[in-house]
Write a protein that binds this ligand. Structure first.
Ligand SMILES: Cc1ncc(C[n+]2csc(CCOP(=O)(O)OP(=O)(O)O)c2C)c(N)n1
Ligand code: SF4
Ligand SMILES: [Mg+2]
Length: 351
């Protein structure tokens, strides 16, 4: 059913963005996920973010692995590039695509099984290499597609739908991403679009490895009492550290704010993140206190959400490798081949 496209007709009064597209132009095929699945809400937030950022759909490359979550790219930005990889192998394919064409906007979509179980090694390396991307894990604590086995992010002690307690320690994706070198790390909840949409926009503007862990309840297999990834549990335990406003660099900033309750972070591309602190003094550019606050939240049984860590001046894989400014796939033979005399010199230096 995922091949069913939505009707092309648009109501003439739909508002167009600066790129000349309506919000509907950023949608994809009709979703075949279960009604109420958190993944569909995250797709809707991605659609909203791309619409508000005036993104040209053909400049987006969506990559995913295998799972209900990895099906989600079919349901947003239909006119973009897309690649469904093997289970857990999306990060290496994305790294290669990004190296070949640095001009596309890379969006990786994955599940907790895809990224924390079978794909854990790949996840770690794509973060430490600083691939310029937005990497979203739709985290429901289970393998939804294969009918509800605990994934590696299921909390120890959480109860499955059949009443079994998980005996394994869970992997905390945001802590791991920070530890591995991601330069933008946030956590949110599929049911909180006011927090999620600006986080996605800011992650897409970030010129480095941006990671978002989005708690996304699986209504079929993990939304019961005893689950720590259910709608009720996350709503009751959500501890937002900040509320984020995203302001694009190209727009004049006219908003005023109260210095006692907000913090601004300017990113490399000139975009501004304005954070309203909720209740405490939290500095998202301090890696050590970010790790400390996340650990404290875990011990208190909180789901700490918001922008958790950002390096405002990140470097990405291309900067680290000192590649040319244009996409490698646009270089032709004379530019790729250094010529006989250059090769002779290299050979001579090795003798
Ligand atoms: C190599 C391989 N092993 C196992 C599977 C079976 N399989 C398909 S999806 C999946 C887990 C998906 O879980 P997750 O990434 O959390 O996605 P969700 O469905 O929960 O969104 C598994 C184990 C597979 N497709 N390929
Ligand atoms: S099985 Fe779970 S994760 Fe998969 S579509 Fe249904 S609710 Fe979503
Ligand atoms: Mg899952």
């Amino acid at each position: 059913m995922t091949y069913i496209a939505k009707p092309r007709l648009h109501h003439p009064s739909l508002v167009k963005n600066k790129a000349g597209y309506t919000r509907r132009d950023y949608e994809g095929a009709v979703s075949t996920l279960c009604a109420g699945c958190g993944h569909d809400s995250i797709s809707a937030a991605i659609i909203q973010a791309c619409y508000e950022l005036d993104i040209l759909p053909h400049q987006v490359a969506k990559l995913s692995g295998i799972g209900c979550s990895s099906k989600a790219p079919t349901y947003f930005v239909g006119a973009s590039h897309g690649f469904n990889t093997v289970h857990g192998r999306m990060p290496s394919v994305m790294t290669g695509a990004n190296l070949a064409n640095r001009d596309l906007i890379y969006m990786g979509v994955s599940g907790d099984g895809d990224s924390a179980s079978i794909g854990l090694g790949q996840f770690a390396h794509v973060m430490r290499r600083g691939v310029n991307m937005t990497y979203i894990v739709m985290n429901n604590g289970v393998y939804g597609l294969t009918k509800g086995q605990f994934s590696a992010t299921a909390d120890k002690g959480s109860i499955s739908k059949k009443g079994v307690a998980n005996s394994d320690s869970s992997i905390d994706m945001v802590s791991l991403a920070i530890l591995m070198g991601a330069t933008f790390v946030g956590r949110s909840f599929s049911g909180d679009k006011h927090q999620l949409v600006p986080l996605i926009k800011a992650a897409m503007a970030h010129k480095g490895a941006a990671f978002l862990d989005v708690i996304s309840p699986c209504v079929a297999f993990n939304n019961h009492a005893g689950s720590t990834k259910s709608y009720d549990y996350v709503r009751e335990h959500n501890e937002a550290l900040n509320r984020i406003d995203f302001i694009e660099g190209r727009e004049e900033i006219t908003t005023s704010y109260d210095p006692g309750t907000t913090k601004t972070v300017q990113q490399h591309d000139g975009s501004i993140l304005r954070l309203r602190k909720l209740g405490e003094d939290y500095d998202p550019s301090d890696k050590v206190s970010a790790m400390k606050r996340i650990q404290e939240g875990m011990h208190a049984g909180e789901v700490v959400t918001g922008l958790l860590y950002v390096d405002p001046t990140p470097s990405d894989l291309h900067a680290n490798l000192n590649t040319v400014d244009v996409p490698l796939n646009t270089l032709d033979a004379p530019e790729l081949c250094p010529g006989t005399s250059a090769l002779d010199k290299i050979n001579a230096s090795l003798r």
